[in-house]
Write a protein of this length. Structure first.
Length: 256
């Protein structure tokens, strides 16, 4: 799966991308575990978004929160535990907290791509993440989400072929991030509802727009798609992928 940034490809509602937030919060499957990721891949979500944090011994693991309390049998900050200690914990259903390496190996050979939300910000850790991606030869299968221009420039300097998503702080940052080479822009639905021209202006810069819909209803999602968003972050990838299939079928029927 590739991302086409041409203007002609940026306004087709039936071609939007499904991004499974936190790997897709699949019912009966523990959050951010390999079990959940395998199930999400079955829903045909093109992109799995995962959160990266670092252990006490600088190993990169997948965990949304800064502490272990909510999603594991452990407690306290992840930075206070070694990888071996974290692996001894139950992340639900007997699953372990996965490492980035394990998730990269899981998606290798599939059409699924990874979006990495860097909850860690040190230069050393970013370098290690990029090196793991390169060692698995998955540069074209991974997107790195960044919240700052400095981090964006670090990523581009390490590997200019890695695609990046801007978790921009406000609407005024769209042009700044685009000028610095960001590949995709994330917008919030309330920004879009207040000013739907944000999408056209971002498209004019040649950048797709991914929207944080998460728990939006089907009707709310359809409205965002009519505005022209190109990707949807969701906690329910199966529902969103089903909506896309309906839109594609409707588009084909119109052409008949």
């Amino acid at each position: 799966m590739t991302l086409n940034n041409s203007r002609s490809s940026l306004n087709r509602p039936e071609s939007f991308i499904t991004i499974a937030h936190r790997g897709g919060l699949v019912p009966e499957y523990p959050e951010n575990t390999l079990m959940a990721f395998r199930k999400t891949i079955e829903t045909r979500a093109e992109v799995i978004e995962i959160d990266l944090r670092s252990t006490k011994d600088a190993e990169i693991v997948v965990l949304h929160d800064s502490t272990l309390n909510r999603t594991t049998s452990g407690s306290g900050p992840i930075t206070g535990k070694t990888l071996a200690e974290v692996k001894d914990l139950d992340a639900g259903g007997g699953e372990q907290v996965p490492t980035l390496q394990e998730v990269l190996e899981l998606i290798a050979g599939t059409d699924t791509q990874l979006l990495l939300d860097l909850k860690i910000t040190s230069h050393r850790e970013v370098c290690r993440i990029v090196k793991q991606i390169e060692n698995q030869r998955l540069t074209l299968n991974v997107i790195l989400a960044t919240r700052s221009i400095d981090e964006l420039e670090t990523i581009k300097n390490l590997n200019p072929n890695l695609r990046t998503l801007g978790f921009i702080p406000n609407q005024k940052s769209i042009k700044i991030f685009a000028e610095k080479g960001i590949d995709i822009i994330r917008l919030f639905p309330d920004w879009i509802h207040k000013d739907s021209t944000l999408i056209d202006s971002t498209h004019t810069l040649g950048r797709p727009v991914w929207a944080m819909s998460l728990t939006e209803t089907k009707e709310a999602l359809e409205k965002l798609l009519r505005y022209g968003v190109n990707g949807v972050f969701t906690d329910y990838p199966k529902m969103v992928s089903g909506l896309r299939q309906e839109l594609r079928q409707g588009s084909q029927n119109t052409l008949v």
